[in-house]
Write a protein of this length. Structure first.
Length: 94
């Protein structure tokens, strides 16, 4: 449940987001090796990510903290997120 608006957040994959959307990672699927690799890249449950480019058939470029990470389509499909409302200027504040 969203704390601010009382709305229920439905988890969706990063592949379903659009350029400019930000979301909080809820669950990382895939095998053990993939989960470890993503954790090393900073993609863990509770972390905020933003889509900088894509997602398309070839994948997406995400902002994780202060880093840009390019991931393939198969990887972004197993990262489940809780979408957040994007406000103008919120990227500059981070």
């Amino acid at each position: 449940m969203n704390k601010n608006s009382g709305e229920v957040s439905i988890a969706q994959s990063v592949a379903s987001l659009s350029t400019g959307d930000c979301a909080e990672v809820g669950f990382v699927g895939g095998g053990k090796a993939m989960m470890q690799r993503l954790a090393m890249l900073g993609i863990r449950p509770g972390v905020k990510i933003c889509v900088l480019h894509g997602p398309g058939n070839r994948g997406a470029v995400l902002r994780v903290g202060g880093t840009r990470v390019a991931l393939g389509r198969g990887v972004i499909e197993v990262i489940m997120v809780n979408p957040q409302i994007r406000t103008r200027g919120s990227e500059a504040a981070e």
